[in-house]
Design a protein around this ligand. Structure first.
Ligand code: MGD
Ligand code: MGD
Ligand code: MO
Length: 681
């Protein structure tokens, strides 16, 4: 419920009539008016006047901004080819698919998002290859899950992708058996019956052992396995080596706990595995996600009430114009041959490999990257190896950023465009993400100075560049997506949302949407692409086990980026109502480790690794493994925007790794499970 006075948002509160939130709202939502009317918001387009990083900009009209940017894009396209233009965006915002469409229309294979390989694309791709559709926990219907495993996931804080905290809390309250797999006892883990404090990045080993226990103990769903899966015999033979004893040594979880967790999950039905980003930010992301995906299938928890359900997909897929991108150009996508499930032709939504993009900006290998156009992305803070990103973006011939605020990344741009806040846009949203079991329409309510909706900015650039598809506005796309419901966007706006009754067991009678029409425990798809068709575990490259020499200098295991309620990645540090709740960048470590190192609660400390060092405030806790150190990500100081050093001072991605090895299929780099040290200043 948005309250408006004189055309300004003055208050936002939850809507008690919402079928999902029933009036609940997070602290960022409650602060919406403070964000919308923030004095530091960008109000007009800006053009850089001084040197890169000088911070000197002048105001520009939209007309001049559009004209100059399109002229420059045309010239760069002529000179270096369209592949030299990179489009970037942040995580799942309203304009996500529109940026993909823009890339295809423009004819560049190179677009990126800092999640993808590190977030969600492994879960989406693996669900599709294994079950023929994306799954999510059934928190929204009558039958509640009887068992929930939160795996590398803290939805009571993050409310990610369709697991709204309030719905998760309701499901926990029904008395389900709950298990958290997390090196930290997160807010969600604290509500669980069982906490499995796993050594970071070893989740595949735990999942493999759980499959082992379930098969050995014959706790799998025999009917479902027989009728609806392929490759069970191969899986059973393959899994014999992965005993609970073997996994206990690797994960640091006791053999007894591994067996208990497997048995609880297999015998309390319906059960869900609510998985998060904690399983994807390492070099085993494909096989970790695959092993967990298999657990759901062999226990028959797929698409049943209160289980892990497949999406209804009530909207038509976004018309991304992928057919307009010539094959010859797709072949030039950075990462195309190496990371087939991120950048290759068989990828779910082919995008470029981020480390290759920033490397190419610096080295012109394999070719020059001349331009970077960003819509809501702050790569200096959110991409691994911030210093490399910083050096790379200074080499660009054209750098354009659309954002709500001036950010460290935008500070180096040639053009900074004022983007509209959510109360200022029109939007059609399927929920949960990638499943679309319901759909919401959002009206434009307010206008802030000259801010414009990103889709509009893209449409205008497309029109001026005479790109394919530019005759179709984003609003017409909403109508097209809604066509299966025989409804226009205007009609949906009147009713607000559409929420049809959920259909279960959609695989009866026609089967799952995989080539075999069954759940593919053994993946012939992976085999054809030369990846292991059955999941395995490889020790990550930078751990006390794989690199004991390095561990002498950096003896602790670093994890980064556990979400906080008050911030969204690098956002909101300038919003007083939110910053007050969390004024400083925090590193969490165990009280016992702190005692050993002589570190007090609230003291500033240096967290270092072989790539660099950052400064954080220590928070001592009992709720973390003794050998693990957790740093918050996304930290910069809007109050010190003129001091470029401050962009790196407490930036977790100074510590993270953009170097090989990567996950072989997705190219995921490591944001969690690296070696670090921590010292008093
Ligand atoms: N070390 C470490 N790094 C991480 C992670 C981690 O766990 N650890 N997580 C990774 C993950 S999973 C993700 S998804 C990425 C997220 O990475 P990003 O999406 O880049 O992160 P944000 O800081 O949320 O967003 C970038 C900018 O978008 C702007 N913005 C917000 N709304 C809009 C809008 O409507 N239009 C426009 N134009 N701009 C808008 C914000 O002001 C902000 O400056 O970070 C990744 N980085
Ligand atoms: N308030 C807020 N909400 C957000 C975001 C935000 O920035 N702020 N970001 C959004 C985005 S883009 C995403 S991707 C989601 C992510 O949301 P979640 O999936 O909930 O992810 P995180 O909170 O980053 O991490 C979940 C847990 O993984 C644990 N973890 C770290 N390493 C490992 C590991 O190796 N194994 C296991 N098992 N666990 C590990 C961490 O301790 C953490 O508690 O949140 C979304 N929601
Ligand atoms: Mo993400």
């Amino acid at each position: 419920m948005v309250y408006v006075e004189d055309g300004r948002v003055i208050k936002v509160r939850g809507d008690a009539d919402s079928p999902i939130s029933r009036g609940w709202m997070c602290v960022k939502g409650i602060n919406s008016s403070n964000i919308a009317n923030h004095p530091q918001r960008l109000t007009v387009p800006l053009k850089r006047t001084g040197g890169r990083g000088s911070g000197s900009f002048k105001k520009l009209s939209w007309e001049a901004a559009f004209t100059e940017i399109t002229e420059k894009l045309s010239a760069l396209r002529q000179c270096y080819g369209t592949e030299s233009i990179v489009l970037g965006q942040g995580t799942g915002r309203h304009h996500y698919m529109h940026v993909v469409r823009f890339a295809n229309a423009l004819g560049t294979p190179n677009w990126y998002e800092p999640g993808l390989a590190q977030c969600f694309i492994p879960r989406i791709t693996v669900s599709n290859m294994t079950y023929g559709g994306f799954v999510h926990a059934d928190y929204y219907n009558k039958q509640a899950p009887q068992c929930i495993i939160f795996w590398g996931h803290n939805p009571l804080v993050s409310s990610a992708d369709g697991e709204l905290a309030i719905c998760v809390q309701r499901a926990i309250n029904t008395g389900a058996k709950t298990i958290a797999v997390d090196p930290r006892r997160s807010d969600t883990a604290r509500k669980c019956h069982m906490w499995l404090p796993i050594r970071p990045a070893t989740d595949a080993a735990l999942a493999l052992a759980m499959i082992h226990v379930i098969i050995e103990d014959k706790l799998y769903d025999k009917d479902f396995v027989e009728q609806w899966t392929t490759g069970f015999d191969e899986l059973s033979a393959h899994i014999k080596q992965y005993t609970a004893k073997w996994a206990a040594q690797i994960t640091g979880i006791t053999e007894g706990d591994i067996k208990d967790a497997a048995r609880i999950y297999a015998t309390n039905k319906p059960a869900v595995i609510d998985w998060g980003v904690g399983i994807e930010q390492n070099v085993n992301s494909l096989q970790t996600v695959r092993a967990i995906a298999i657990l759901r299938a062999i226990t028959g928890n797929l698409d049943v009430p209160g289980g892990d359900i497949l999406g209804m997909h009530i909207l038509k897929a976004y018309p991304t114009l992928k057919e307009k991108l010539p094959q010859g150009i797709s072949r030039k996508r950075l990462g195309v041959d190496e990371f087939k499930l991120l950048s290759g032709f068989r990828a779910y939504m082919p995008s470029a490999h981020i480390p290759a993009i920033f490397r190419a900006m610096q080295t012109c290998e394999p070719y020059k990257i001349s331009a970077l156009i960003l819509f809501g992305n702050n790569p200096l803070l959110t991409v691994a190896n911030s210093k490399k990103v910083w050096q790379a973006i200074r080499e660009l011939e054209l750098f354009v950023v659309s954002d709500l605020f001036m950010t460290p990344s935008a500070y180096y741009a040639d053009y900074v465009l004022p983007a509209a806040f959510w109360t200022e846009i029109e939007h059609l949203m399927g929920f949960p993400l990638v499943a679309e079991n319901m759909v919401f329409a959002q009206p434009k309510i307010t206008q802030f100075h000259d801010a414009k909706q990103d889709e509009f900015i893209i449409d205008e650039l497309s029109r001026r560049l005479q790109l394919p598809g530019s005759h179709m506005s984003y609003r017409e796309i909403f109508d097209y997506q809604l066509s299966p419901l025989s409804m226009t966007f205007d009609e949906l706006l009147k009713i607000g949302y559409y929420y049809p009754e959920h259909k279960y067991k959609k695989y009866i009678p026609d089967g799952f949407r995989t080539p075999s029409k069954k759940v593919e425990l053994y993946s012939s798809f992976l085999k054809r692409l030369n990846y292991a068709p059955l999941p395995d575990y490889i020790e990550p490259p930078e751990t006390p086990v794989s690199n004991p020499e390095l561990a002498k200098e950096f003896p602790y295991i670093l994890i980064t980026g556990g979400r906080k309620r008050e911030f969204f990645h690098s956002e909101h540090r300038q919003v007083e109502g939110l910053r007050r709740l969390s004024p400083y960048p925090v590193v969490e470590l165990h009280v016992k480790l702190a005692k050993k190192l002589g570190i007090d609660d609230g003291q500033w400390v240096a967290v270092s690794c072989r790539r660099g060092e950052i400064k954080m405030k220590a928070k001592l806790t009992e709720n973390i493994r003794h050998d693990v150190v957790h740093v918050e990500h996304g930290w910069w100081f809007p109050e010190r925007l003129n001091d470029a050093n401050s962009f790196f001072e407490s930036n977790a991605n100074v510590l993270t790794c953009d170097d090989a090895p990567y996950d072989p299929a997705f190219g995921s780099y490591q944001l969690r499970g690296l070696l670090c040290n921590i010292k008093k200043f």
